[in-house]
Design a protein around this ligand. Structure first.
Ligand code: THU
Length: 131
């Protein structure tokens, strides 16, 4: 049986990371068992690069799934240390998933840790702030 670590590692090879050469992958596991992938996609203008996690989560919504359909997020960074997901995704995620959803983050050695969006970003900017 292929583990999520192996799936993520293989998926990270699809990243378009010509500039940073930093390969990041994400899999969003849905409650119906579907697995929606994402990789980082870079651009010569640098700033419009999209992270692996936003690629996956946007695809989840495009497939017509919503926050209550999401079971878990798996992330992978092709690095020796354990990294934290980028702040842009944390803000994006805050609004689009339930707060107790586990996020498991792997490094290239297969080490991982699990946390929630509430651990990562306790004080997000939300739609209530727009009132
Ligand atoms: N990257 C992600 O895809 N997700 C993160 O959480 C952190 C960084 C990507 C963006 C860029 O293509 C490369 O990693 C280096 O920052």
């Amino acid at each position: 049986m292929i583990t999520y670590f192996e799936k993520l590692k293989a998926l990270s090879k699809r990243a378009y990371a010509s500039y940073s050469n930093f390969h990041f992958s994400a899999i969003c596991l849905l409650k119906d068992g579907s697995k929606v992938p994402g990789v980082n996609v870079e651009n010569a203008t640098y700033t419009i690069t999209i992270c692996a996690e936003r690629t996956a989560l946007s695809q989840v919504y495009a497939l017509c799934y919503r926050k209550t359909d999401i079971a878990k997020f798996y992330l992978y960074t092709d690095s020796k240390q354990l990294s934290s997901p980028c702040g842009m995704w944390q803000q994006f995620l805050w609004e689009l998933v339930d707060q107790q959803i586990p996020i498991e983050i792997y490094n290239q050695k297969g080490e991982s840790y699990i946390l929630t969006i509430k651990n990562l970003l306790p004080y997000a900017f939300t739609k209530e702030d727009l009132q």
